[in-house]
Design a protein around this ligand. Structure first.
Ligand SMILES: *Cc1c(COP(=O)(O)O)cnc(C)c1O
Length: 383
């Protein structure tokens, strides 16, 4: 008997694809995505990433039933591709011409790459401290980048204001619910690839959507009647920036000081949907753990030499978290465990002249909106 949940989907085994049918991309789950009918216009292949059982890493960690969900296979080599693809697909159907986001890294890059493939203009707001190489890469993919002197919060506010003012497509993570809907497809793939739900999944947590999306996906699989219950989720944060480890511990008092981390993908002192991530972990009987930068560097090396996977620091955090979780008795060595590998760093080819423009602004500059509009008109002429 299908049950209809608030999202408006009808849940039952028939809501999922026939095993082995259709293309191996995230669109195979479109009956559980808010898209309706019609051909998919998004041009890049997204989803359908490998689930690997690396013998070397299994032996090294003493986890014979370990699997790695390798999200480094998308167009921008991080798990930000799925959210970007769904936001852009829905935007193309609604006639969007420009997409915006604020981000310090992978979400911005995924947006720049997805927009390039979809012939959308991308305007990305970054804090002034965002690395020059990353900004350059966004511009190589054609995005206009606005550096905001007041920092990340001001960049976020400006991006939202641009949405309100110009009607641009909003890819701000945790604000647009489609970012969660896109990311839930990871759970569907893990289930399809294993032929069952794992017992535990380790997930790096920055703003929270990756973990919350997984929780939604596994809950929907249970609602469809194809798994008995969702797996436990273990959220992994960097020791130098772990507000949710603190919140989960329930110790109260001020969170530990933010010392920073090399894992920029999870270096988020104020997670946009952190409370929800903690609630999801609690509801499923999971946990949060912290890993040090050294532990992530070790995991990067182990992923490389024992699994053949290149990962950035945040991308290796869940693998690093496995050891901590084993030591704390949060994972049993006999369990089927999945660790998400979430990202690999890209670099620009030398010598490409970036087509995207760069503006450096104060958040309250009076001419900002006129300047942005003019930039858009100039690009339209140049095309
Ligand atoms: C964004 C990101 C994460 C964390 O995802 P959230 O959804 O923000 O919690 C982990 N790893 C990498 C590589 C990322 O880019």
């Amino acid at each position: 008997m299908p049950v209809t949940e608030p999202a408006g989907y009808s849940y039952g085994p028939e809501s999922l694809p026939e095993p082995g049918s259709g293309p191996w991309t995230m669109w195979r789950y479109r009956r559980l995505l808010p898209l309706g009918d019609g051909p998919i216009r998004y041009a890049l292949p997204v989803g359908g990433t490998p689930l690997l059982g690396p013998a070397g890493l299994r032996a090294r960690l003493g986890l014979p039933r370990l699997w790695l969900k390798d999200e480094t296979w998308g167009p921008s080599a991080s798990n930000k591709d799925r959210a970007t693809a769904l936001v852009i697909e829905a935007g193309l159907r609604a006639g969007a011409k420009t997409i915006t986001t604020s981000s310090t890294g992978n979400a911005a890059l995924a947006t720049a790459i997805g927009a390039a493939a979809a012939a959308l203009r991308a305007v990305i707001f970054v804090p002034i401290g965002c690395g020059a190489a990353k900004v350059e890469l966004m511009r190589v993919f054609g995005a206009d980048v606005v550096r905001v002197r007041e920092g990340y919060r001001a960049a976020f506010d400006l991006s939202r204001e641009a949405v309100a003012r110009f009607g641009w497509l909003d890819r701000n993570t945790g604000v647009n619910p489609l970012t969660l809907e896109g990311k839930k497809t990871v759970a569907f793939e893990i289930w399809e690839q294993l032929g069952a739900a794992p017992e535990v999944v380790l997930v790096p947590v920055g703003d929270g959507p990756t973990l919350v999306g997984l929780a939604i996906g596994f809950r929907e699989l249970a609602a469809c009647g194809v798994i008995p219950a969702p797996p436990r989720l273990i959220g992994v944060q960097a020791a130098g920036c772990c507000p949710l480890v603190h919140a989960w511990s329930g110790r109260g008092g001020p969170p530990p000081p933010v010392l920073g981390t090399i894992a920029d993908g999870i270096d988020v002192p104020e997670p946009s949907i952190g409370e929800r991530a903690v609630a999801e972990v609690r509801a499923g009987g999971g946990a949060f753990v912290a890993v040090t930068d050294d532990e992530m560097v070790t995991a990067m090396g182990e992923l490389a030499s024992f699994a053949g996977i290149g990962a950035e620091a945040a991308g290796a955090a869940a693998t690093a978290g496995l050891r901590v979780a084993l030591a704390q008795g949060l994972v049993d060595p006999a369990e089927t465990a999945v660790a998400l590998v979430t990202g690999r760093e890209l670099s620009a080819s030398e010598g490409i002249a970036p087509p995207g423009r760069l503006l450096t602004v104060n958040a309250d500059a009076p001419g900002l909106w006129a300047e942005l509009a003019a930039l858009g008109e100039a690009r339209a002429v140049a095309r």
